[in-house]
Write a protein that binds this ligand. Structure first.
Ligand SMILES: [Zn+2]
Length: 353
């Protein structure tokens, strides 16, 4: 698929749109804020906030995607998911609602929140998500951005998204299924963070692990999780759309990742592809394959069942070894050799879904 894909630790991307005036729509009562229940499964579903120009399809789609992901991996929270449209007034109103909420929960002073989130040309603030959707419409080119923007210190998982136009079928090449997979990817970041309890930023970064591990893990789990639910009929499919199989989707990102890697950074190992490096793009696709390789070795769900429950206690390196049965360095070497194999040989390690 030829989607533009921008990610960062706070960002996953895709494509297209029109828009949503700022009505916010909390989907449930707020959980009690007084105690620190971080990492404990909750019965409170994600709280959803949409700009008022978001269509019912967008609202229903986002709600469904997050609910299905939580049903698969556990409901973590409190979790807020903020969705922009493309209407300027609606977007600005959503920013005000966001800052009202931050002030109400004593996360941030309202004025400081507003000046940060209304700043132009700033990455990952609320306005940036509005602008991504608007640009997509203006250029008639699908692109989108989603991100987890904190915050352990507030005891919250907060996500923001540009207009998820796939739900409205605004661009021919983007189907609701792609948006659902993206929601699973984002939600998995909440799963990753829910297993880290420290409030020290540097410690959290170290425990999350390298870029390929964090983003590739979210991508692999999202691809595998959605494919499993589509196969069993637990996720709806768009009528008349030949949804690619898990194997086909993994093949696409393998070929895309290998081509990018060979053209731009053939000497680089997966461990060296960081967010700041030009080869970040490959870290997502090849990182997902890194997790496929690890699951093939230690499977079927070593990341979820072994790594995440032990990482805070053992530290990243030891938890890696505990979960996957080899050191990160040994993995890096072995996976580098694996990437040089023929595609068909690589595809053979995938589970049947
Ligand atoms: Zn991500």
């Amino acid at each position: 698929m030829a989607f533009l894909k921008l990610h960062s630790t706070k960002l996953i991307v895709f494509i297209a749109s029109w828009g949503c005036v700022a009505c916010d729509q909390g989907s449930s009562a707020s959980p009690p804020a007084s105690e620190d229940a971080w990492g404990q499964p909750t019965t409170h579903p994600a709280q959803l906030f949409f700009a008022s120009d978001c269509s019912p399809k967008v609202r229903d789609g986002v709600q469904l995607g997050l609910a299905k992901a939580a049903a698969l991996w556990g409901q973590y929270g409190p979790l807020e998911y903020w969705v922009m449209g493309t209407d300027e007034e609606a977007g600005q109103a959503l920013i005000r609602s966001f800052c009202d909420r931050r002030a109400e929960l004593k996360n941030k002073v309202w004025g400081g929140c507003m000046s940060h989130h209304q700043e132009e040309a700033s990455q990952h603030n609320m306005l940036s998500y509005l602008r991504v959707g608007q640009e997509a419409i203006k250029r008639n080119q699908p692109s989108s951005a989603m991100g987890r923007n904190g915050q352990r210190e507030w005891g919250l998982h907060i996500f923001a998204s540009s207009y998820p136009f796939g739900f409205d079928r605004l661009f021919d090449q983007v189907y609701p299924e792609e948006e659902i997979k993206t929601l699973f990817h984002e939600y998995f970041h909440a799963v990753q963070h829910a297993h880290l309890f420290t409030k020290e930023h540097a410690q959290r970064e170290a425990l999350l692990g390298p870029t390929w591990f964090v983003e590739g893990g979210a991508e692999y789990m999202a691809l595998k999780g959605t494919a499993t639910l589509w196969a069993s009929g637990q996720l709806p499919r768009t009528q008349g759309y030949a949804l690619p199989s898990f194997r086909e989707r993994m093949r696409t990102i393998l070929l895309d990742g290998k081509r990018y890697w060979q053209e731009n950074c053939p000497d680089l190992h997966l461990s060296q592809m960081t967010y700041d490096h030009p080869c970040t793009h490959a870290a997502y696709s090849l990182g997902a394959w890194g997790h496929a390789w690890l699951a093939h070795r230690a499977g079927p769900d070593p990341y979820l069942d072994l790594f995440l429950p032990s990482v805070e206690r053992l530290g990243w390196d030891s938890a890696f070894q505990h979960a996957f049965g080899l050191t990160p360095e040994a993995f890096d070497e072995a996976f580098h050799a694996f990437l040089l194999k023929e595609t068909e040989e690589q595809l053979a390690i995938l589970p049947d879904i």
